[in-house]
Design a binder for this molecule. Structure first.
Ligand code: ADP
Ligand code: MG
Length: 905
């Protein structure tokens, strides 16, 4: 083993060297490094990662807690108390400052950790050849000398010298700003200086494969790459901002602080004029400021969002951007793929058509059992050579592999090709034989714009033969001849008509139809030949109709969307009639014919915008059309979620409000441009994510409501007493206790409450809607008023009959009781308390019971009682206080009954 950390650290002109020379420098070979060697190099050179802008360390996060105004208000309050000899008060305030800072610190740290965990889950993967086998690895594990396997949709994980390339083209915009793709090949350059944009035998980290396939040997990783050198330029773009909702609430919180300080100043002046002693006045003023500010507010949003994100990960949705969680709740249209998302993505060929005859195929799944039937009898005799002719195209141009695992046959690769492999096998064709007899020369893999794939093989007779499978309509347009019972003859228009009607018949049965064609060549082809040159003057051979059953849960999920006021739009590359048949079956559209890509070409932007709200099924579209559809919907004010899997889908995914990539079939590029990754590719999971998004928004709203109503009550009570000239009903320590313990803990439980089962029964929230709308503010005021009135009544009455300390204790107790009781009512804005089981939020129940116990115990405990300045309350009085404390909850519940449920929107 050579000393690794020194290999190739010199920035060399790799493009001048032949691929073998480069392999030698890195002590690698075309079968790749050994795992042991790769592991050693990883240790020596470090992970293949661009260093990000320094993220705040533990100490920084802790310090940042002291940057908030409220903490300083508290510290000043503590100091003032200390100076005035109120030591207990001062210590209590300081303890609470530390506790508060620690809680904020802990929440921020765990939010940071969970974001890290998610980043790991959504990290890009690469295919490497190691120990002679191709396996998938996290991109950070790539080392120099590794062999990268590249195909359309892959991200290039490190700077590498190309060893082989087949129609390989790369998107280098991230590096060069050039939006055109660049063709790549393996040939070396003459010595000399060449800018990276022209180094066509090199691929660079951070770029992506637009088309074709290739292999390349890694020459630089991490900060040694071209991307690493310019990484400092990218830093800013990568740091995640606070989400729009967080920003709005930050601003709202600041506004509250200033309002509170304003009120405090006015009351302070008023007290001063009346001649209240300055010391007492400052304490009250500090108390008021503390009362008005909901300390828990910023933490609540972070906690609700990050807990939500983790819950979603458990339900197979990876969130790549926190802000997405907020947008999800206001989704109005979900544009979804058909194959694999609405359907299970498991194809079985049910029908074949060749030389003018239709056949049925039996057997399910990817297993070899099953027969080809003609008129309900096993096809034999003359049928066999024709079926074999079709099968050889289906199998000859095919990259899928079948394998048996625990008695179940599975497919590796494209399920469509897997199905063709199975039906080809049923007709007696065998790819292993074929590969020996006629080796593959050129592959032109499937892409969703061409909608076909081709393979050119060297035939035993020395000529070249092309096998083409693809969407039958467009394929037919490229055929000039047809294979018939009489041999190959020119394709007439009546043949076309007959074939089109067979296609349409299959499509109406919900079958995905694939056409097969072939040709041979006189000329010698070079490997750089483009698809158009191969896929023309073809001989049409036959059709296969395959069934891909709808997912059983999709129908229910679509019905849920409709109940939730969300439109579902199917966008597929498949045949319009297949699309319509499945859409009708799933309840997306009722029999209306699909709008096709060709229709879209003929539609102007403004017409599309007008028609978009009425179209539920798009068929035979390309990726470019997807972007137009997104734009048209957005122009109408829709909030659009869009799924995609292929490379070409990336622009549409980026353009959508919520871009969703498929975890299993999605390419790396799609995943990197998406906001969400759905790991099971299932439509129902997307709908669950929307539900979660709505639920999280609700939780934040109700928690905010709960906290602010509490602050309003405290502020009202204090203000009224100061104005009337009564002694302060609550001491700063009481207010802190209420804000942090008896409000803070229930608030945390509310922020992570279960999702209201009815969230999907109402229309989407408008994105422009403010969280603090009229209903929100009026409920907040009403609640504050009720709670303050009850506490004031109790305080005033006790003050006239007993001493000030007892009156304070009573006011404090009734306030705490009513706050924690109200936490139950705050769980839903519309649903009555008695309809929501207490057991669905056990932590809230525990917090409430615990707080009750502590409240009662504190009055009989010398230390806590001394700290909180409370005196013991007799048991009968407790019951009375409890009953008074329940009044706000009861009144609010009555309001829920009379207010119409739909006011929410
Ligand atoms: P979707 O995923 O929306 O169903 P695709 O873009 O995957 O649509 O496919 C569009 C059409 O291309 C299909 O209807 C089929 O006729 C054809 N097709 C799909 N996969 C392949 C493949 N692997 N090889 C050849 N043709 C294919
Ligand atoms: Mg597809």
């Amino acid at each position: 083993m050579i000393p690794n950390s020194t290999i190739g650290t010199e920035a060399e002109n790799w493009y001048e060297k032949s691929s073998n020379e480069v392999l030698d420098v890195f002590d690698s070979s075309s079968s790749g490094l050994s795992s042991a060697e790769a592991a050693a190099r990883l240790v020596a050179d470090g992970p293949n990662q661009i260093k990000q802008a320094k993220r705040p360390g533990v100490a920084r996060i802790l310090l940042s807690q002291f940057r908030s105004l409220i903490i300083w208000i508290l510290i000043v309050a503590g100091a003032v108390s200390g100076i005035m000899g109120e030591m207990a008060n001062a210590i209590a305030i300081l303890v609470i400052v530390v506790l508060n800072a620690f809680m904020g610190f802990y929440q921020e740290l765990s939010a940071e950790r969970s974001v890290d965990a998610l980043r790991l889950l959504t990290a890009p993967e690469v295919k490497l050849r190691r120990d002679g086998r191709v396996l998938s690895f996290p991109a950070v594990q790539v080392v120099k000398g590794d062999i990268l396997m590249l195909e359309a949709g892959d991200l290039v994980a490190a700077d590498s010298r190309i060893l082989q390339a087949a129609s390989l083209s790369i998107m280098e915009a991230t590096l060069t700003g050039e939006s055109e793709t660049v063709e790549k090949q393996a040939a070396a350059f003459l010595p000399g200086k060449i800018p990276i944009g022209d180094q066509s035998n090199m691929v660079f980290m951070g770029t992506s494969v637009a088309a074709g396939t290739g292999e390349a040997v890694v020459v630089a990783t991490a900060m040694d790459t071209q991307l690493g050198r310019i990484a400092s330029l990218l830093d800013q773009a990568q740091s995640e901002k606070r989400t729009p909702l967080q920003q709005k609430l930050d601003a709202f919180g600041r506004l509250l602080i200033w309002i509170a300080l304003g009120i405090v100043a006015v009351l302070f002046g008023l007290g001063y004029l009346r001649g209240t002693p300055l010391g007492e006045l400052s304490l009250t003023a500090i108390g008021l400021a503390v009362a008005a500010v909901p300390e828990g507010l910023p933490a609540i949003v972070t906690v609700a969002l990050s807990v939500g994100v983790l819950q979603m990960a458990r339900r197979r949705v990876l969130v790549r951007k926190l802000a997405t969680v907020e947008t999800l709740g206001s989704t109005t249209v979900i544009c979804t793929d058909k194959t694999g998302t609405l359907t299970v993505g498991q194809m079985t060929v049910r029908a074949l058509y060749v030389a003018g005859i239709s056949y049925d195929v039996t057997g399910e799944g990817y297993g070899p059992d099953g027969q080809i039937l003609f008129a309900d009898k096993i096809a034999a005799g003359d049928h066999l050579p024709r079926l074999l002719a079709l099968a050889s195209v289906q199998i000859g141009c095919n990259n899928a592999h079948l394998f048996e695992e625990e008695g179940i046959w599975r497919v590796i690769g494209d399920p469509t090709e897997g199905a063709l492999l199975v039906s080809g096998g049923k007709a007696g064709a065998n790819r292993v034989h074929m590969d020996e007899e006629s080796p593959v020369i050129i592959e032109l893999p499937f892409d969703s714009d061409r909608k076909r794939s081709s393979v050119v093989r060297k035939m035993p007779n020395g000529r070249l033969g092309a096998y083409v499978n693809g969407a039958p309509g467009p394929l037919l347009a490229r055929c000039s001849h047809i294979y018939t019972q009489r041999g190959v003859v020119p394709l007439l228009s009546e043949d076309r008509r007959a074939i089109l009607s067979v296609i349409s018949g299959m499509a109406k049965r919900s079958l995905r139809v694939l056409g097969s064609a072939q040709r041979d060549f006189d000329l010698v082809l070079n490997t750089d030949i483009c698809a158009d040159e191969v896929e023309c003057n073809l001989t049409f051979v036959g059709l296969a109709g395959m069934f891909d059953p709808p997912r059983s849960e999709a129908k229910g999920a679509i019905a849920n969307c409709h109940a939730a006021g969300i439109r579902v739009v199917m966008i597929t590359g498949d045949h319009p009639e297949t699309a319509s048949a499945i859409a009708t079956d799933l309840g997306i559209a009722s029999g209306a014919l699909a709008t096709t890509g060709t229709d879209l070409e003929a539609t102007s932007e403004s017409d599309l915008r007008e028609r978009a709200p009425l179209i539920s099924v798009y068929a035979r579209v390309t990726a470019e059309h997807k972007l137009r559809i997104v734009r048209a919907l957005q122009a109408n004010g829709d909030v659009v979620a869009m799924t995609g899997d292929g490379v070409n889908d990336a622009p549409a995914i980026k353009g959508a409000d919520i871009g969703i990539a498929m975890g299993q079939t999605g390419t790396q590029v799609t995943k990197q441009s998406a906001d969400l990754i759905v790991t099971d590719d299932n439509f129902a999971t997307i709908v669950e994510a929307v539900e979660q998004g709505r639920g999280i928004y609700d939780s934040i709203r109700k928690t905010l409501q709960y906290l602010l109503a509490g602050s309003t009550a405290e502020l009202l009570l204090m203000t009224v007493c100061v104005i009337i000239g009564l002694p302060a009903p609550l001491l700063p320590i009481h207010l802190l206790w209420i804000n942090l313990v008896t409000d803070g803990l229930p608030a945390l439980c509310l922020a992570t409450d279960r999702i209201d089962p009815s969230v999907m029964n109402r229309p989407p929230r408008r994105r422009s809607e403010s969280m603090t709308d009229r209903r929100f503010l009026s409920t907040m005021l009403l609640t504050g008023l009720l709670t303050a009135s009850v506490a004031f009544g109790v305080y005033f009455y006790t003050l006239t009959t007993k001493d000030a300390e007892t009156a304070r204790t009573y006011a404090f107790t009734v306030m705490v009781f009513s706050e924690i009781l109200r936490a139950f009512g705050a769980r839903s804005e519309t649903e009555s308390v008695w309809r929501i089981s207490l057991l669905t939020n056990r932590s809230l129940l525990a917090v409430v019971v615990g707080t009750f116990a502590v409240q009662i115990w504190s009055q009989h405990n010398a230390v806590l009682g001394g700290l909180l300045k409370t005196s013991p309350i007799a048991f009968p009085d407790f019951l009375v206080l409890f009953m008074f404390a329940a009044i706000p909850l009861f009144v609010l519940e009555l309001f829920k009954l009379v207010r119409p449920v739909s006011v929410q929107n």
